[in-house]
Ligand binder design. Structure first.
Ligand code: SF4
Length: 369
């Protein structure tokens, strides 16, 4: 698709036509495609960053019901926005999306169609700016994400490192020349993304179903999965964490994470990483004291869960804790905290790992004690 001799240009035109014809017939019916307003496209693109389409769909529908436009999102309570995002992960996306909506409202309520101006808004990088400009406004800018990079690397049998900024820039420039020649930039970008998501799969590309097969050098080489070159895998750090479930008169103590932290603004149980040589129970007693000023007796283990984040994994040990003093305790912390009963707990947004603790047998017993 990327050559510039006469012969290659003709080949490129044929490849684009084949891709667009395939897209017209095979594109998935997705809620944001039926009505691609700038707001809906932006919300969908932000949700789709690092998240699968099937996961995003129910979140998108729920989010749009609660916050149907920039004005309602800008005016919403941030805790309510985080609650709508709960379980989707990468929560800074939600906060930045709301900051973006507030900025848009300050600018008069309309999103610019210019990618350079879009990229100045919170949470909008070059990819999202190009996706919004092309899908919502029909502007000819290529949206280059991981799927597109993979398709491009295979089409050209190019083994350059696609994680390098220079290579991404090169792919962008080449696609910019192509998209400027196409009548429908929105379909062009979405067709490439769709092929990357549905046909040119990372491990098992479905070359037999691919509209680009006749133009694909990786397919012709017989080894499509040799492209793009895979960077060497680094070992994923594994962190041991211990948390305390402190119940008092049927209420559970929870703390809000700082906005500056990962999972910022979400709620959690007091606890933290194990120090070298420390047992999980010892870590709970120490962490609770350091984080809340409370002296507790560490009781039964309620559960041990494992959870994987993008760059590390955790094992979380959760222990029921009893207060050493029978009076209503004074929690000493500079973080917002709450004693929530079982019903109230549902109103707070928690990371997925904490939801796994909620699901442990015996967790809810603490509310009855
Ligand atoms: Fe990917 Fe195969 Fe299509 Fe080439 S022919 S773009 S490797 S699915």
């Amino acid at each position: 698709m990327l050559g510039f001799t006469e012969e290659e240009a003709a080949l490129e035109t044929a490849a684009v036509e084949s891709m667009l014809a395939w897209y017209r017939e095979h594109q998935r019916v997705l809620p944001w495609r039926s009505l691609p307003t700038p707001y809906r496209v932006l919300v969908s693109e932000v949700m789709l960053q690092q998240t699968q389409v099937a996961t995003v769909i129910p979140y998108f529908d729920r989010f749009l019901r609660a916050c149907p436009d920039f004005a309602s999102l800008a005016a919403a309570d941030t805790a309510a926005v985080l609650k709508l995002w709960e379980g989707l992960g990468y929560y800074s996306r939600a906060r930045r999306l709301q900051a973006c909506a507030r900025q848009v409202m300050e600018n008069g309520g309309a999103l610019s169609a210019n990618p350079a101006e879009l990229a100045r808004l919170p949470g909008i990088g070059p990819y999202t700016a190009a996706a919004v400009a092309s899908i919502a406004f029909g502007r000819p800018y290529p949206a280059v994400d991981g799927n597109v990079l993979r398709v491009q690397a295979r089409l050209l049998a190019d083994d350059a490192d696609v994680s390098s900024m220079a290579v991404r820039r090169r792919v962008y420039e080449r696609l910019l020349a192509v998209i400027r020649q196409t009548p429908d930039p929105s379909a062009f970008n979405q067709a490439q993304m769709e092929i990357g998501a549905m046909v040119c799969l990372p491990r098992q590309p479905l070359c037999g179903d691919c509209p680009l097969r006749d133009y694909c050098r990786a397919f012709a080489s017989g080894e499509p999965t040799a492209y793009p070159r895979r960077p060497e895998r680094r070992a994923v750090p594994h962190v041991q964490v211990a948390v305390g479930l402190i119940f008092h008169h049927g209420r559970l103590l929870i703390l809000r994470r700082s906005e500056k932290q990962m999972l910022g603004g979400l709620w959690e149980f007091p606890g933290g990483k194990l120090e070298p040589g420390e047992t999980p129970a010892e870590a709970v007693e120490r962490e609770v004291r350091e984080e809340t000023g409370l002296a507790v007796e560490v009781g039964a283990r309620v559960g041990v869960i494992r959870h994987a984040y993008s760059h590390f994994r955790i094992t979380m040990h959760a222990y029921r804790c009893g207060l050493l003093s029978p009076e209503t305790p004074a929690v000493v912390t500079d973080r917002p905290h709450a004693w929530a009963d079982q019903e109230e707990l549902a109103a707070y947004a928690f990371p997925k790992a904490n939801h796994k603790i909620f699901a442990c047998a015996g967790f809810a017993d603490g509310f009855q004690a």
